[in-house]
Design a protein around this ligand. Sequence first.
Ligand code: NAD
Length: 431
Amino acid sequence: MTNTQTVEKPKVLKKGMLDNVLEQFNSAADKIDLNNNVRKILSITNTEIIINFPVRMDNGDVEVFTGYRVQHNNALGPYKGGLRYHPTVDIDAARALAMWMTWKTSLAGLPYGGAKGGIQLDPSKYSKGELERITRRFTYALGENIGPEHDIPAPDVNTNDQTMAWIADTYMSTKSTSERSKNQHVVTGKPVGSGGLEGRDRATGYGVFLTIKFWAEKNKVSLKDKKFIVQGFGNVGFWAAHFLEGEGAKLVGVQDAFGSIQNKEGINVTDLFNYGKANKGSIVGFPEATEMDGKEFFGLDCDIVIPAALGNQITKHNAHTIKASLVAEGANGPTDIEGEKILLERGITIIPDIMCNSGGVIGSYFEWLQNRNGELWQLDEILEKIEKKLKTTFLKVTDYSEKKEVDMRTAAFSIAIERIEKAYILRGIFP
Ligand code: NAD
């Protein structure tokens, strides 16, 4: 058996994020000459759960929903990863996102594996009461497939601290009274005051900002007056923009699910956030910017592009239009393989998702520890700890990338995969 065998994904699956993550994995695995047995294990997910469950709607009708939880690998610790509520959630998306979580937690040096899941739905079509019943019923149906020492979900697209509070409460309600409080860390990203971590709301966006700041420091570039655009003005996009604005950088374009806006003179991040809040989450119609054609969004004149929405957004169709010199991947899998090739050929730096948005899972780890140990940490102490952990990762990745003369994604994947390979080789495989 050679160490260079590329593991193909089954032919039945459609092309999408899963193709990207497998190609990224295989390419890094070839470069590090990954042990072929470990390659076989990591090329496939450990467990895949698909649940069809009924929920009563406000009008009395019953609707059946499909929920997913895919657990990719737990060699380094319990499965960890978000839950997404979106029409694009399907088994392939969950597989791909679960794999990225494995690399992300490994790269960050956390004692976790990778998982992801969600429900295929458009949450804007349901009332708060319906979303609560959908969430609680899905949690109940998942049963012991999640657990504080087994698989720990967190927020992702269209889920938030409220969703996590419903999950925690439902899961804990299935336990005996004396066991309840031992199970609070079944999810992270809970509201502060209900087991949540101060600053978990901003942890991902803060991390995106920090990786940009570390990159700027390394390249002796000032962020003051640098122009940036953000795709997705939700949790990640908003907080990344907020912290960048704090450094004097200028937000000149924003795109969300409803439309795209631009202003060369700059868009005030807080004003846009308040506008969106009062406008059902949409940025469209913000008075201090003009609307633009979404197809031209990534070609806006700027220095930094932050994709912070969905996967496969930077592709061969728009990568050649990007004027920025830096793409900081707030979203998971926003750049596809062809898009990445074009960016790298054009000399554009990519801060890869598994490092760029890892502030979120680092924050989640701190929340989990806090719950487990019955502690309460202060915000400044938490942000400092996130910065320290991310800096270590950033230095490791940039050092590896320079020494091995590879791009940052290949470096990040290589470090992440080597850590898991080592665990398998030390431990062996049962029986
Ligand atoms: P969110 O639901 O808070 O916000 C999503 C944003 O994307 C919204 O503004 C929405 O309008 C916009 N959007 C949706 N579809 C779009 C489209 N087709 N085009 C343009 N914009 C679109 O979600 P979030 O938590 O900010 O997550 C955003 C991304 O970051 C996802 O890829 C997620 O996996 C990743 N991520 C999130 C976290 C976290 O802690 N929340 C951690 C790591 C990575």
